[in-house]
Design a protein around this ligand. Structure first.
Ligand code: PHE
Length: 349
């Protein structure tokens, strides 16, 4: 093999490399020329049989050929790597001139809005906001509230019992109303002010979840109430009326409300009333909806607070948050609040 052939191999290899479209093709082209059975192998093995005086020059030609082939191989490798990088950069490029996608905005659930409004309104007239357990004892939920042992409110039909017993051996239950918070809060308050000469008034609201075995357009097994309690030496039913009606005016942002106090019965208040409000709009316009139970706290309950009912007196109320929300927005079915249907919920965002 002469030096012209060698030059031809170098030139062809350079052309093959340049034509290789990707690293795999390039490695194949390399094997074809530099591999064990490649085009240069025959030349290399012929070196040994050359006369000594020709061998040196031929060896140098061979080395130079290998060197040049490797150079062009390396050059193409770099080209291909660069091309790959460039195409990746082009593919992943950000077009900063595109308009933004924006960010989806969430909104508060209508019940949460009501909850916050209630806290704001009562907070502004000096009511504390308290929170308590949703799993209650029989004593706090019923007995302390003067609920007789055989009262239907205790029956299995409207109370969710829990498969756990309290210290008295009575089953725990999901609280059926927020009224146990009256007792919890008042007892803690009395305890805290035990050494104070004159106990400061108890003035609190306790919003939260409540549970009953009940389900229709105006009832749901889980619902929300807000309990209100104001106890001092001279808090009367007239105070209840003015505080509550004032709350409703601010909540509904209207002075034209049609509110009704209807005589009623609760074991823990005497006298007792139910407070109704008339729908001003929506499909139920003109219909009355019961919002709240209320009344003067029963002397036995005041005693259970740890207070002397001859000295301390006041009112309590318990209002349904779903009911307040239905009236505010003219909604006719309470179950809509819990379906999680965005078409409904978006209207309040
Ligand atoms: N707890 C009563 C209910 O859930 C409402 C109520 C609260 C009534 C406070 C009077 C006083 O129906």
């Amino acid at each position: 093999m002469g030096s012209e052939e060698l030059e031809a191999i170098v030139a062809r290899a350079a052309a093959d490399f340049a034509a290789a479209p990707d690293p795999a093709a390039l490695e194949n082209a390399k094997a074809k020329v530099l591999g064990k059975t490649g085009e240069l192998a025959a030349f290399r093995s012929s070196l040994g049989s050359l006369p000594a005086e020709e061998r040196k020059a031929a060896g140098q030609s061979y080395n130079s050929a290998v060197q040049r082939i490797e150079n062009s191989l390396e050059q193409r490798r770099k080209q291909l790597a660069l091309a790959k990088l460039e195409s990746r950069l082009a593919e992943e490029a950000l077009d900063v001139t595109l308009p933004g996608r924006g960010r989806a905005r969430g909104g508060l659930h209508p019940i949460s809005r009501t909850w916050r409004r209630i806290e704001e309104i009562f907070g502004s007239i000096g009511f504390d906001v308290a929170d308590g357990p949703e799993i209650e004892t029989d004593w706090y939920n019923f007995t302390a509230l003067n609920n007789p042992e055989n009262h239907p409110a205790r029956s299995m039909q409207d109370t969710f019992y829990v498969d756990l017993k309290d210290a008295q051996g009575l089953p725990l239950l999901l609280r059926t109303h927020t009224s146990p918070m009256q007792v919890r809060y008042a007892r803690a308050w009395v305890d805290r002010h035990r050494r104070t000469a004159a106990m400061p008034p108890i003035k609190v609201i306790a919003p939260g979840r409540t549970y009953r075995v009940d389900s229709d357009a105006t009832h749901s097994p889980m619902f929300h109430q807000v309990e209100g309690l104001w106890i001092d030496e001279d808090i009367s039913f007239a105070d209840l009326k003015s505080v509550y009606v004032d709350f409703l005016r601010r909540f509904f942002e209207s002075d034209e409300l049609r509110v009704r106090f209807r005589p009623s019965y609760f074991p823990f208040t005497e006298p007792s009333a139910e407070i109704d409000l008339q729908f001003a709009s929506g499909p139920l316009q003109g219909r009355w909806l019961e919002l709240s139970g209320a009344g003067q706290v029963h002397p036995q309950v005041v005693r259970n607070f740890g207070l002397n009912p001859e000295k301390y007196i006041g009112f309590a109320f318990g209002s349904g948050l779903e009911r307040l929300t239905m009236l505010r927005y003219g909604i006719d079915d309470l179950r809509l609040f819990f379906d999680g249907d965005l078409r409904f919920l978006r209207q309040f965002a």
